[in-house]
Structure formats: structure tokens, C-alpha cells
Design a protein around this ligand. Structure first.
Ligand code: HEC
Ligand code: HEC
Ligand code: HEC
Ligand code: HEC
Ligand code: HEC
Ligand code: HEC
Ligand code: HEC
Ligand code: HEC
Ligand code: HEC
Ligand code: HEC
Length: 323
């Protein structure tokens, strides 16, 4: 287990920065990743030296990291603290005025996002880099630590669907409101307790950026939807152009007040684009409603009473999506 993790660590670190790695008595030591060439372990740079003051019960305890996603960094005698915070020699002693200089990199809220991110990227560029640069979140100067918790012994909030949804909602209030509409994609419980635990934001979005609109996971918006709604991928003998082009021309992907997460209620939905002459498709009054009448364009599924295969049809005689 430990060996497998260390092997991964070596690959990551080598790929990322060619940062100093020492293999010493079979132990893997990471020396101030990204800080240049290999440096031998100075006494005091070891994890234990930091935990003298940051152990359990200390004012700023840090030992919990041994149970976090970063546990793999902690081989016996390793310099895991230094890999992120720098060797921090000055911090181990006191300045002339008796104050304690900060560690080389605090990585806390006062630090620049770019500085925090470059530290993390030393090891994680392989997973994160392809679209991070230029992504909405990089552009907005988010730090990796706005979503990830390097020390959290409960696990990383972004990687846990239940906690992730709440994390994203903290900043994305408009989306929170969209997911409270009556017809919505079912979210993991971090959203609303009444929802069965199902989707997380990361089922559709890549928070590290992507090549698609809105940092969607798929190559395009539709490809993202086909990932779960594969039956709509087609191809169909008779394609309905807007379906092939963009599911969101009719659906609101987070949630809507109308059935099936539709942007508008049919027939208005259809009438945005269609004005069929032989079955008048003009804006309708209440005259087609009982007891005055029973206009099939207004009742029940309205247009879909007849155009049932609105996503496309494979029936030879259904160019009008009627079967
Ligand atoms: C002799 C005790 C001592 C040792 C050893 C020590 N620290 Fe600290 N550390 C402190 C104290 C005290 C603070 C709080 C300083 C403050 O609030 O200004 C602190 C704060 C920190 C912070 C938070 C800084 C911030 O700006 O919020 C980090 C990160 C940190 N230490 C990392 C380390 C690392 C990494 C090591 C090992 C290389 C280490 N410390 C070793 C006493 C120590
Ligand atoms: C994977 C990178 C990483 C490693 C390894 C790491 N830290 Fe941290 N540390 C951080 C980050 C990032 C923060 C800023 C707070 C946060 O996001 O969790 C932090 C915050 C801290 C703080 C301030 C905590 C507070 O409550 O304000 C201390 C103290 C600290 N680290 C000490 C250590 C010590 C000691 C070690 C080694 C046992 C260590 N860190 C290993 C990334 C790391
Ligand atoms: C010295 C290298 C190193 C640095 C620096 C580092 N990490 Fe890691 N990180 C690792 C290793 C090794 C793992 C464990 C990977 C595994 O088990 O798949 C890990 C795991 C993670 C995971 C969980 C990944 C998973 O697939 O479960 C996240 C999230 C993460 N790190 C975020 C960060 C953040 C944020 C920072 C900057 C504060 C950071 N890391 C800095 C090496 C590093
Ligand atoms: C806006 C929130 C957010 C930010 C900012 C963010 N991440 Fe992530 N990260 C996530 C989410 C969500 C996942 C889970 C992805 C999944 O489950 O598919 C993740 C997954 C990861 C993983 C696990 C491997 C993977 O790709 O699935 C690593 C490692 C990681 N992030 C590192 C980073 C680093 C390094 C940064 C900073 C450059 C960063 N993240 C910035 C939200 C974020
Ligand atoms: C610390 C605040 C913060 C957190 C946490 C956060 N975001 Fe964002 N996000 C932003 C900001 C700021 C923008 C840019 C403005 C906007 O589009 O709302 C943004 C933009 C986006 C965009 C739009 C991208 C585009 O190209 O238009 C998506 C999608 C997104 N975030 C998804 C997520 C997901 C998923 C999570 C949780 C894993 C998350 N965000 C967590 C602040 C945050
Ligand atoms: C079922 C897939 C799906 C899920 C789950 C999902 N989204 Fe989206 N999201 C989309 C699509 C598709 C768009 C693009 C909408 C458009 O361009 O019409 C989008 C757009 C966005 C945008 C950009 C809005 C804008 O105006 O540019 C943000 C921010 C966002 N989503 C955040 C989130 C957050 C936060 C979550 C989790 C609570 C989430 N999304 C869950 C599919 C999804
Ligand atoms: C990660 C899987 C996943 C992805 C990706 C996904 N969906 Fe869904 N979708 C679901 C689940 C689960 C349901 C709920 C099914 C149920 O309740 O039977 C659902 C339901 C729906 C519904 C019916 C809602 C209702 O009230 O009847 C529509 C419409 C829909 N999705 C459209 C989309 C669109 C458009 C996209 C692409 C932007 C998309 N979905 C992407 C999983 C997904
Ligand atoms: C032209 C408008 C339109 C477009 C574009 C569209 N849909 Fe629909 N969709 C509908 C209507 C209308 C319903 C409701 C059907 C009903 O009530 O019989 C629906 C229902 C659904 C449902 C609920 C289950 C079902 O089949 O009734 C899912 C899932 C769905 N759509 C997914 C998608 C996906 C994925 C795309 C993109 C590939 C897409 N839709 C594009 C109009 C559209
Ligand atoms: C975003 C615009 C748009 C929306 C909304 C839309 N359609 Fe269409 N529809 C089209 C286009 C474009 C075509 C292809 C027209 C062509 O090839 O001449 C089409 C074709 C059709 C056809 C086949 C007609 C023909 O001439 O082959 C039918 C039937 C149809 N749509 C019904 C519906 C119904 C029912 C709805 C509502 C659920 C709907 N449409 C919503 C754009 C739309
Ligand atoms: C009572 C059944 C019925 C209802 C309700 C209905 N249609 Fe039709 N529609 C048809 C039939 C039948 C055709 C011819 C189909 C074919 O050629 O395969 C047709 C054809 C169409 C065409 C192709 C028109 C053309 O000129 O070639 C469009 C577009 C269309 N309908 C849109 C709609 C819209 C929008 C609604 C809702 C306002 C609607 N329909 C309601 C039965 C219906």
C-alpha cells in the first residue's frame, strides 16, 4: 500500500517539476518540491520536528494530515511538511525580537492563489493542468485550497459527492436556487436532504476547466448528456434538429419549474420555433379548454399528444415525430 502510493508519488513528482527526490535507505524523501535540485535532509526538516509544536492538542495541530488524502506522503522520516510548506528553517527558531518568523509557505487565506496553486501543481499538474490555465476558476483567482483541504482527516470535501455539492453552492448561489426548482436533476444529499443521493456537480462539470462551454465534462454539452441519457444519442432516421444541436434549447440542465425540466411549457416551447400552418400554432386562448372544447394542442401533453417522439424517430413513416 505504502509502496504503491510512493511509486505514484515518484511518478507525479518527476513528471511535474523534476523536483528533488532522494531515495534513501529505501525511503522516499521529497525535498522542497519545486525548489530546485535535490537537497539532503537537514535535521529539523523532518516531519517529526514540525510535530513537536504542531502535534495533537497544540494550538495549530497538523497531525491530522496523516489520515488525509495526503497520507501517502508520510513515509517514516520523510519531509512531507516541507514538500508543501518549504523547509522553513527560520520558522523553527525565533527572530531577534522574540517573534517566530512564518514558515516559507503558509498556504493559508493570506497567501496569493497563484503561490498556493504552484505548490500543489508541483505534484498534481498531471491530473489538473490540461485545462486549468484559463479556466473560469483560475481566471477568478481561486486557490486549490478553496475547494480542497490538504489536511482534512475526514477526506477531501471536493471528492465526496455529499460535501462537494454544498461546497460549490457556497459560491454558486444562483445554481443553488435553480436546483431548488420542482423539476431538477437529483443531487447528492449535500444539496437538499429530500433528494436521494445521486448526482454531484462533477458528474457534469470539471472544476479544473475543460474545452467545452461552462467547463462541462463532455466534449460538448450534448456529449455530457449522452453520458447518462445514452438512448438519446441516436442516430435517428428522422432527427429533430434542435435535439441534435443542443439539449439546452429546450431543457434547463439544473432544474426548471416545468415538467421534464423544460424551459417553457408546451405548446409555447414548440411555438418559439414552429408556426405550422395546417394546424394553427398561433398563441392560444382558453377557448380550447373544457367545457368549451377539447383542443388536443392545449390538453395534456398538447403537441406531444401526436408528436410523441420529440427527440427523433426511427419509424420509416414518422418524419413528423408522430411515432
Ligand atoms: C518551536 C515550535 C514550532 C515548530 C518546531 C514549528 N512550528 Fe509552525 N508554528 C509555530 C507557532 C507558535 C505558530 C503560530 C505562529 C503565529 O500564530 O504567528 C506556527 C504556525 C505555523 C503555520 C501557520 C502559519 C500561518 O501563517 O498561518 C504553519 C503552516 C506552520 N507553522 C508550519 C510548520 C512547519 C512546516 C514546521 C516544520 C518545518 C513547523 N511549523 C515547526 C510553532 C512551531
Ligand atoms: C499537501 C500539502 C501539505 C502538507 C504535506 C502539509 N501541509 Fe500544512 N497546510 C497546507 C495547506 C494548504 C494549509 C492551509 C490550510 C488548508 O487549506 O488546510 C496548511 C496549513 C497548515 C497549518 C495552519 C493550520 C491552521 O489551523 O491554521 C499548520 C500549522 C500546518 N499546515 C502544518 C503542517 C505540518 C506540521 C505538516 C507536516 C506534518 C504539514 N502542514 C503538511 C498544506 C500542507
Ligand atoms: C509533494 C507532492 C504533493 C504536493 C505538493 C501536494 N500533493 Fe496532493 N497528493 C499527493 C499524493 C502522493 C497524494 C495521494 C495520491 C493517491 O493516493 O492517489 C495526493 C492526494 C491529493 C488529493 C486526493 C486525490 C485523490 O485522487 O484521492 C487531492 C485533492 C490533493 N492531493 C490536493 C492537493 C492540494 C490542494 C495541494 C496543494 C495545497 C497538494 N495536493 C499538494 C502529493 C502532493
Ligand atoms: C472549484 C473547486 C476546485 C478547485 C479550485 C480545484 N479543484 Fe481539484 N477537484 C475538484 C473536484 C470537484 C474534484 C473531483 C473531480 C471528480 O470527482 O471527478 C477535484 C479533484 C482533484 C484531484 C483528484 C484527481 C482528479 O483529477 O480527479 C486532484 C489531485 C485535485 N483536484 C487537485 C487540484 C489542484 C492541484 C488544484 C489547484 C490547481 C485544484 N484541484 C483546484 C474541485 C476543485
Ligand atoms: C470560492 C468560490 C467558488 C467555489 C467554491 C466554486 N466556484 Fe465555480 N466559479 C466561481 C466564480 C467566481 C466563477 C466565475 C463567475 C461565474 O461564472 O459565476 C465560477 C465559475 C464556474 C463555472 C462557469 C464556468 C464557465 O465557463 O462559465 C462553473 C461550471 C463552476 N464555477 C462550477 C463549480 C463547481 C462544480 C464547483 C464545486 C466543485 C465550484 N464551481 C466551486 C467561484 C467558485
Ligand atoms: C446534469 C448535468 C449538470 C449538473 C449535475 C450540474 N450542472 Fe451546471 N451546467 C450544466 C450545463 C449543461 C450548463 C450549461 C448551461 C447552458 O449553457 O445553457 C451548466 C452551467 C453551469 C454554470 C454556468 C452558468 C452560466 O451562466 O454560465 C455554473 C456556474 C454551474 N453550471 C454550476 C453547477 C453547480 C455548482 C452544480 C452542482 C450543484 C452543477 N452546475 C451541476 C449541467 C450540469
Ligand atoms: C451523471 C448522469 C446524468 C447526466 C450527465 C445527465 N443526466 Fe439527466 N438525469 C439523470 C438522472 C439520474 C435523472 C433522474 C431520472 C429519474 O428520476 O428517473 C435525470 C433526468 C433528466 C430529465 C428528466 C427530468 C424529469 O423531471 O423528468 C431530463 C430532461 C434530463 N435528465 C436532461 C439532461 C440533460 C439535458 C443533460 C445534459 C445537460 C443531462 N440530463 C445529463 C442523470 C444524468
Ligand atoms: C425540441 C425540444 C427538446 C430538445 C432540444 C430536447 N428535449 Fe428532451 N424533452 C423534450 C420534451 C418536450 C420532453 C417531455 C416529453 C414528454 O412529456 O413526453 C422531454 C423529455 C426529456 C427527458 C425525460 C424522459 C423522456 O424521454 O420523456 C429526458 C431525459 C430528456 N428529455 C433528455 C434530453 C436530452 C439529453 C436532450 C439532448 C440530446 C434533449 N432532451 C433535447 C424536449 C426536448
Ligand atoms: C429551438 C427551435 C425548436 C424548438 C424549440 C422545437 N423545434 Fe421542432 N424543429 C426545429 C427545426 C429547426 C426543425 C427542422 C425543420 C426543417 O427541417 O425544416 C424542426 C422539426 C420539427 C418537426 C418535423 C417538421 C418537418 O418539417 O420535418 C416537428 C414535427 C417538430 N419539429 C415538432 C416540434 C415540437 C412538438 C416541439 C416542442 C416539443 C418542437 N418541435 C420544438 C426547431 C425547433
Ligand atoms: C392532433 C395531433 C397533432 C397535434 C396535437 C399537433 N400536431 Fe403537429 N402534426 C400532426 C400531424 C399528423 C402532422 C403531419 C406529420 C407527418 O407528416 O408525419 C403534423 C406536422 C407538424 C409539423 C410539420 C409541419 C409541416 O408544415 O410540415 C410541425 C412543425 C408540427 N406538426 C408542429 C406541431 C406543434 C408545434 C404542435 C403543438 C402546438 C403540434 N404540431 C400539435 C399532428 C399534430
Amino acid at each position: 500500500m505504502l509502496q504503491a502510493s510512493n511509486a505514484r508519488l515518484i511518478r507525479r513528482t518527476l513528471a511535474a517539476a523534476g523536483a528533488g527526490i532522494l531515495a534513501w535507505s529505501g525511503l522516499i524523501l521529497v525535498a522542497g518540491a519545486g525548489q530546485g535540485g535535490p537537497a539532503p535532509a537537514a535535521p529539523g526538516q523532518e516531519t517529526g520536528a514540525c510535530l513537536v509544536c504542531h502535534g495533537e492538542g497544540a494550538p495549530l495541530p497538523a497531525a491530522g494530515i496523516v489520515h488525509s488524502a495526503h497520507a501517502a506522503l508520510f513515509g517514516a522520516g520523510g519531509q512531507a511538511c516541507a514538500a508543501c510548506h518549504g523547509p522553513s528553517q527560520a520558522h523553527l527558531g525565533l527572530a531577534e525580537d522574540g517573534s517566530r518568523p512564518p514558515p516559507d509557505r503558509s498556504l493559508g487565506p493570506d497567501d496569493l492563489a497563484a503561490d498556493i496553486n504552484s505548490t500543489c501543481m508541483n505534484c498534481h499538474a498531471g491530473e489538473v493542468a490540461p485545462h486549468w490555465s484559463g479556466s473560469a476558476h483560475e481566471f477568478e483567482e481561486l486557490a486549490c485550497t478553496d475547494c480542497h483541504s490538504a489536511h482534512d482527516p475526514l477526506g477531501d470535501p471536493a471528492l465526496d459527492p455529499d460535501r462537494q455539492v454544498g461546497l460549490c453552492f457556497d459560491c454558486h448561489q444562483r445554481e443553488r436556487a435553480e436546483f431548488m426548482r420542482p423539476h431538477r436533476h437529483p443531487l447528492a444529499t449535500g444539496g437538499f436532504s429530500s433528494d436521494p443521493g445521486l448526482l454531484a456537480c462533477s458528474n457534469c462539470h470539471d472544476a479544473h476547466g475543460s474545452a467545452a462551454v461552462a467547463d462541462l465534462d463532455g466534449m460538448t454539452l450534448n456529449e455530457t448528456c449522452y453520458g447518462c441519457h445514452a438512448e438519446l444519442r441516436g442516430p435517428f432516421l428522422w432527427e429533430h434538429a434542435p435535439v441534435r444541436e443542443d439539449c439546452s434549447s429546450c431543457h434547463l440542465p439544473h432544474g426548471a419549474i416545468h415538467d421534464a425540466m423544460l424551459r417553457q411549457r408546451p405548446p409555447q416551447l414548440c411555438q418559439q420555433c414552429h408556426l405550422a400552418r395546417f394546424h394553427p400554432s398561433t398563441v392560444r386562448s382558453g377557448t380550447g379548454l373544457p367545457p368549451l372544447g377539447a383542443d388536443p394542442n392545449l390538453l395534456g401533453q398538447n403537441c406531444m399528444n401526436c408528436h410523441t417522439a420529440v427527440h427523433g424517430s426511427n419509424h420509416p413513416s414518422s418524419p413528423g415525430f408522430t411515432r
